[in-house]
Structures are given as structure tokens and as C-alpha cells.
Design a protein around this ligand. Structure first.
Ligand code: ADP
Length: 157
């Protein structure tokens, strides 16, 4: 079984992320969405909230599994027999960062691979941090996130 993982903070998930999940789900038998529980960042949403929102937003894709992890990504992958990391690329800046990450993982675990999918141009400026900024100033983020996420953020904040 070919398994991949899309790791990230997803605080909150955007339409750019969903596009990458959909495309990965057509390539692999099983796709994990790994919510990274970064204890150093102060998030807008708790890990449980992010997992629920991701699960609802990907409900139409039946080979997707939403999980969280707080240790090293490679250790989680080896434990779950996941062979590939899928990353979305928006820009050269994303690429420069991701190249380093991918090369470190490859050097440490030659059996693991990283695959890059180019983001759709219409989503290239979308990011969780832009959504958080809009929320902070009471703006409308409905064009950037899935409907369920928009409804949730509106009701909570
Ligand atoms: P982190 O906060 O850990 O950097 P994110 O949740 O922002 O992670 O993003 C997770 C992954 O999704 C990364 O590979 C990132 O490059 C990718 N990504 C984020 N936004 C987009 C987008 N609009 N289009 C394509 N890929 C994206």
C-alpha cells in the first residue's frame, strides 16, 4: 500500500491546502494529514479543533486520515509505514525552505521520499497566517478557507 503524509500546522486549513490533499489522494492509496503540534507556537486553534475542521473539509475524500503528531515526522512515518511526504509549493521561498528539509530527511532515512506539488496560481497567496491576520482585524476570510472553517471561525470569534 502506497501511503503519503501532508504535514503542517493547518492553523487554520486553507483552500490551498485542500487542493494539495485532493491531488495527493488521487496519487496515493492512503493520505495522512498530519497536524503538527508545535509546542513553541501559540496557535489560533487547538489541535483538536484543527483535526475536526480538517476531517469535515476532507469528508468527500475517502482515502484521507487526519492525525496529529508531536515528535519527529520521520519517526511517525516509519511507525505507520508511510513512504512519502507531500508538500505544496507556492514560491521559490517555499522551495528553498523545503529543499533543506527534504535533503535532511533523505540523508537520515534514505527509504523516505519527499514529493512536491505546485500550488494552483489562484491559491498562491493563501496562507494560514494571512487568514489569522484577517480574523484578528475582524475581516471576511470566506474566499480563502473551506465553508465549514469559515462558519466555525465566524461563530467562535
Ligand atoms: P507550517 O505552518 O508548518 O509551515 P502550513 O500549515 O502553513 O505549515 O502548510 C503546510 C504545507 O502546505 C506546506 O508544505 C506548505 O508549503 C503548503 N501550503 C500552504 N499553503 C499552500 C497553498 N496556498 N498552496 C499550496 N501549498 C500550500
Amino acid at each position: 500500500m502506497k501511503r503519503a503524509i501532508c504535514p503542517g500546522s493547518f492553523d487554520p486549513v486553507t483552500l490551498g491546502h485542500i487542493d494539495i490533499f485532493q491531488r495527493a489522494s488521487h496519487i496515493f492509496d492512503e493520505v495522512y494529514i498530519g497536524v503538527f503540534n508545535n509546542i513553541r507556537k501559540k496557535p489560533l486553534l487547538s489541535v483538536e479543533e484543527r483535526i475536526d475542521l480538517l476531517a469535515q473539509a476532507t469528508d468527500h475524500l475517502d482515502n484521507i486520515k487526519v492525525i496529529s503528531f508531536d515528535g519527529l515526522l520521520a519517526d511517525y512515518m516509519i511507525k505507520e509505514d508511510i513512504q512519502v511526504i507531500v508538500r505544496g509549493l507556492r514560491s521559490v521561498t517555499d522551495y528553498e525552505y523545503e529543499q533543506g528539509q527534504a535533503q535532511i530527511i533523505k540523508a537520515m532515512h534514505p527509504e523516505l521520499d519527499t514529493m512536491f506539488l505546485l500550488g494552483k496560481p489562484e491559491y498562491n497567496s493563501f496562507s494560514s497566517s494571512v487568514v489569522r491576520e484577517i480574523i484578528r482585524f475582524g475581516g471576511n476570510c470566506s474566499k480563502l478557507v473551506p465553508h465549514n472553517v469559515y462558519r466555525y471561525l465566524k461563530s467562535r470569534i
